[in-house]
Design a binder for this molecule. Structure first.
Ligand SMILES: Nc1nc2c(c(=O)[nH]1)N[C@H]1C(S)=C(S)[C@@H](COP(=O)(O)O)O[C@H]1N2
Ligand SMILES: [Mo]
Length: 349
């Protein structure tokens, strides 16, 4: 299923929700978010430089990284701007509805393995990841796409990957070929594409995409960078254009995920949020893979029915009914509502 295009150059496109029904999102339906036009990198001459406050700075060719060991991880990525377009009053920025998410199998080498080989200094506080893409930014001149991860997220955990393949195929140019970072559990801004440099730094990084964008800001007050994905569920069936069953039970299903902890409860409401009842939630197939859920109950009467789904995670977080409006429009995980209509009466009845 093709993406809905939000901008052509750079290309930004989101998935139709029906494409998210498949446990692994097909590549042609996996959303793309690029701040600049994608760079054209030759995988043969491309190198990854690891430098900064390290004992051993070095350059890696793709084949050297691949020789360090290969793992596959099924990871759900989500753009922090997903759901932005529902904020009122509207905020500036790419107008994502709910399709800026997808789940893929990424193949690569664990990041901590590569970074530990560089023998980082004890004074390192963050690792800065730089993509090869660049362009003008208001008040900043020309900037590269760069984002930092705190040391504990980058090296003290096994999850982050340096990935060269997605769904069993070499990374496509729009997803960061030849190599990208994948940080499971974190809003995907952390997952830097077209990676060329990793630098160990001893003071917090202050680049444009660290301190000016992808930040929670409330009425001018800076709260900090976006980090882990907030808990969210999506209703994937029935779709809003599918008529409700005329008799019998109503089946509602979808996906849910959280960057903080596994989802342990999803509730469904068919009465505008007055009453809720539990769906069956599958355990996560892998720690950072969206979970499936299913609910079955009586089909309510009335011409239209408003379905809602609300997820909770093991950390105790749950989705708010109303959006939290922040200045840059990130992390809107408000409860998903789908309005479904009744099947038109058949002419013979
Ligand atoms: N180099 C680079 N990496 C990047 C970006 C970018 O603009 N440039 N966008 C980030 C954002 S905001 C998101 S949501 C994800 C999107 O990854 P995808 O296009 O593979 O879905 O890439 C991240 N990595
Ligand atoms: Mo994003």
């Amino acid at each position: 299923m093709p993406l809905h295009t939000l901008s052509e150059r750079p290309f930004n496109g989101e998935a139709p929700l029906s494409a998210l029904r498949s446990p692994i999102t097909p590549l042609d339906s996996f959303y793309t978010r690029s701040n600049f036009v994608e760079p054209d990198l030759d995988p043969e001459s491309w190198r990854l430089r690891v430098a900064g406050a390290v004992g051993i700075a070095r350059e890696w060719a793709l084949a050297d990284l691949q020789a360090l060991g290969v793992v596959d991880r099924t990871v759900t990525l989500e753009c922090a701007g997903n759901g932005r377009t529902f904020l009122q009053p509207p905020v500036e920025g790419t107008g994502w509805t709910l399709g800026a998410t997808g789940t893929a199998v990424f193949t690569g080498v664990p990041l901590h393995r590569v970074l530990s080989l560089s023998e980082p200094s004890e004074a390192v506080v963050e690792w800065v990841f730089s993509g090869a893409d660049r362009g003008p930014a208001d008040g900043w001149g020309e900037v590269r796409f760069q984002r930092a991860l705190p040391v504990d997220a980058a090296t003290a955990r096994p999850e982050p990957l340096l990935a060269w393949a997605m769904n069993g195929r070499p990374l496509e140019p729009n997803h960061g070929a030849p190599l990208r970072l994948v940080v499971p559990g974190w809003y995907a801004v952390a997952s830097v594409k077209w990676l060329t440099d990793i630098e160990a730094v001893t003071r917090p990084f202050e680049g444009r995409f660290q301190t000016d964008r992808y930040m929670y800001v409330e009425q001018g007050r800076v709260l900090g960078p976006v980090t882990r994905m907030r808990v969210r569920s999506l209703i994937l069936e029935p779709s809003p254009d599918a008529p409700l069953p005329s008799h019998g039970p109503l089946d509602v299903s979808g996906i849910a995920w959280s960057g903080a902890a596994p989802v342990n409860r999803v509730e469904v409401s068919t009465d505008g949020g007055r009453s809720w009842s539990d769906a069956e939630v599958q355990p996560p197939a892998e720690p950072h893979t969206a979970q499936r859920w299913h609910w079955s109950g009586p089909t309510p009467s009335g011409d239209t029915v408003e379905l809602r789904a609300r997820a909770y995670d093991e950390s105790g977080a749950c989705q708010p009914l109303e959006a939290w409006r922040n200045d840059l429009g990130y992390g809107n995980n408000q409860v998903h509502t789908v309005a479904c209509g009744r099947q038109p009466a058949s002419p013979s009845s």
